[in-house]
Ligand binder design. Structure first.
Ligand code: ADP
Ligand code: ASP
Ligand code: MG
Length: 416
């Protein structure tokens, strides 16, 4: 499982909840072009006109973060992390400034802030900085002046006064940190799908939208491939008891609630979803101890996922994008190692699994009947994760989704 370090927000001790504060986060596809920005502005103004104190966190327009990263590598094969952060934090700033203009045209007052201006203080690790404090004074002042506050997601300022970014998908984490710091009643995550589904709706058209998911399940869903929320945002929401509502930007429909587990969630469906990643690197290492190996990998910033230690061999997986760092770190240790790049991963997740032993058997039978033999299997109390050949990932997801009847209406866990 992906270990998410505890993200401390010391300034939050004793934060008084402020009734009527909402944090609304809009993802990249929701602000992809000028018309969408105007639509988002209308939605934000409507929330303000309902009487809320509104803080909106915006992502960069469409694929602009990817384009900025590409640009950096066109100029330099190994861009300096500090300068890369200076560059890629710009996308969010553009969306916020444009949205503030659109809001003014609708007759409301708004102010756009960079992460730094909004008081998001982070550690000094460029590219995946952790929030260490939220100094929300400026936001409170603007809200008190009846303004809508637009905050550039995904970024902050380090304790050394440098601009940092929070890792891909990091605007979710900005939004949750602000919701916690401001005592918001809810953190709304507006996105390009209707909520959290029983599988990626782009891959499985029959997937059902879940009505409610526990923090614990959402952590497993997010860390095993459901990229609709950044893992760290879920961890932070759980720690600070922030209710999340993942919902569609361009419809008034309700989405998915992420909150404390309750009995009704467990009663309704055993499994909440099937997730996947298309590419993961599986490493096989000999001649070292787990302590030495994982210390070096952690220092290098490799996001180690599955770990299996048998006899003299250690097997672990990591995301494809960490390939180069992983290889450099292993070469640096002078170890006997090999890696496979032809695998992906499918996972079955559900809090109901804790009290129902047959789930693993059913998952393996289903895969086997489809002629798919997992290379590595790892379980947690609420997850079964199987590494399978990349070319089998889509079929494995579809078969498991069907076998656990996630296309049936009951999978939605609808309960009033
Ligand atoms: P945003 O730009 O709003 O932050 P993301 O692209 O980060 O949006 O996340 C939304 C995407 O997550 C969806 O387009 C969908 O394809 C993908 N996704 C993967 N698994 C799931 C799932 N189980 N439920 C919902 N969305 C999922
Ligand atoms: N724009 C950033 C990214 O693409 C942050 C985000 O969208 O949450 O990763
Ligand atoms: Mg996202």
């Amino acid at each position: 499982m992906t270990a998410t370090e505890f993200e401390a927000l010391p300034a939050l001790e004793g934060t008084e909840p402020r009734i009527g504060t909402v944090v609304m986060k809009f993802g990249g596809t929701s602000v992809a072009d000028p018309d969408k920005i105007k639509d988002v502005a209308r939605r934000i103004v409507a929330a303000r006109r309902e009487g809320n104190r509104v803080v909106a966190v915006l992502s960069a327009m469409g694929d602009s973060t990817d384009e900025l990263v590409r640009l950096a590598y066109e100029v330099s094969p190994r861009p300096k992390p500090r300068e890369l952060d200076m560059l890629i934090s710009v996308g969010e700033r553009i969306s916020c400034a444009l949205a503030a203009m659109a809001i003014h045209d609708l007759g409301a007052e708004a102010i756009s802030l960079t992460g730094s201006q909004a008081g998001i203080v982070t550690d000094t690790v460029h590219g995946r900085a952790k929030i260490v404090d939220v100094r929300a004074r400026r936001i409170h002042e603007a809200l008190d002046q009846d303004r809508i506050v637009l905050v550039a997601g995904f970024q902050g300022v380090s304790t050394d006064y440098d601009i940092t970014t929070l890792g891909r998908g990091g605007s979710d984490t900005t939004a949750v940190a602000l919701a916690a710091a401001l005592g918001a009643e809810v953190c709304e995550i507006y996105t390009d799908v209707d909520g959290v589904f029983t599988a990626d709706p782009r891959l499985v058209p029959q997937a059902r939208k879940l009505h409610a998911v526990s923090y614990e399940e959402m952590l497993e869903l997010a860390s095993s491939g459901a990229k609709v929320l950044q893992v760290r945002s879920v961890e932070l929401a759980r720690t600070h008891d922030v209710k999340l509502h993942v919902r569609p930007t361009f419809s008034a429909a309700d989405g998915t609630w992420i909150r404390e587990e309750d009995d009704r969630m467990l009663e309704k469906a055993l499994i909440s979803g099937v997730t996947h990643t298309r590419e993961e690197t599986l490493y096989r290492v000999r001649g070292t101890t787990p302590a030495q190996l994982f210390t070096v990998l952690a220092e290098a910033g490799v996001n180690v996922d599955t770990i299996v230690h048998t006899g003299s061999e250690i097997l672990f997986s990591a995301p494809a994008e960490d390939r180069e760092t992983g290889r450099d770190a292993l070469d640096g240790l002078g170890l006997d190692w090999s890696a496979r790049d032809d695998l992906g991963k499918v996972s079955v997740i559900g809090a109901g699994m804790k009290s129902h032993p047959g789930v693993a058997a059913k998952a393996f039978e289903t895969l086997s009947a489809a002629g798919i033999e997992p290379e590595v299997v790892v379980t947690s109390p609420i997850k079964i994760a199987c590494h399978v050949r990349g070319e089998d990932v889509e079929r494995a997801v579809a078969e498991l989704h069907r076998a656990f009847e996630l296309d049936a209406p009951e999978a939605e866990r609808q309960h009033g």
